[in-house]
Design a protein around this ligand. Structure first.
Ligand code: AMP
Length: 190
């Protein structure tokens, strides 16, 4: 596969994290999940964690300033030279622009943006199920609905952003994990 700098886009509950894990194993490139990094910051009660916690619990987006800083620090580490899978970043057009600039300054660019397409009742059901298994504090029904609205309003415009840059691959995110993994592989030409 030539495309190693990947972005997984899609609503919460579309399976980005699960598919990112599969891509990590397959291509031996690191997963970069701003959600995971922010949850770690919350758990460690760092300054960023303390600022992010209530925003995350509400289902809103943490400020671009915080998230871009977290992503920039992570992308500057050596292990991303071989490629990476971005999962949950960028989520706004300003974040996408900042990512383009970060990559440009590192002499690289995004190879492909895979958007996982999933219908809303299905992702709500998945998230409610995950709420029982993982007990994430932002997986209750009111927060789930808010996160989906935030996705539609602030993140979905990125589909057109990446289509215009000719890196978009739309993949049906419904079905089993294996089925979706296969479709992603095909979309990446692997
Ligand atoms: P996730 O695990 O990707 O669903 O992220 C969980 C929560 O972390 C989101 O609902 C946001 O509050 C916050 N978050 C994660 N990534 C970002 C981002 N790129 N921009 C803003 N907030 C984020």
């Amino acid at each position: 596969m030539t495309a190693c700098r990947l972005l997984l886009l899609g609503p919460p509950g579309a399976g980005k994290g699960t598919q990112a894990e599969r891509l990590v194993k397959k291509h031996r490139i690191p997963q970069i999940s701003t959600g995971d990094m922010l949850r770690e910051a919350v758990a460690a009660q760092t300054e960023i964690g303390l600022r992010a916690q209530s925003v995350m619990d509400r289902g809103d987006l943490v400020s671009d300033e915080i998230v871009i800083g977290v992503a920039r620090e992570r992308l500057s580490r050596e292990d991303t030279r071989v490629g990476f899978i971005l999962d949950g970043f960028p989520r706004t057009v300003d974040q996408a622009r900042a990512l383009d600039e970060m990559l440009e300054s590192l002499g690289s660019k995004l190879d492909r943006c895979v958007v996982l397409v999933a219908d809303e009742p299905a992702v709500i059901a998945r998230l409610l199920n995950r709420a029982e298994i993982e007990s994430r504090s932002d997986d209750n029904e009111a927060t789930i609905r808010r996160r989906l609205r935030v996705y539609r309003e602030q993140t979905e415009p990125l589909v057109e952003y990446y289509r215009a840059r000719d890196v978009l691959a739309e993949v049906d995110g419904m079905g089993t994990i294996d089925e979706v993994e296969k479709r992603i592989g095909e979309a990446l030409g692997a």
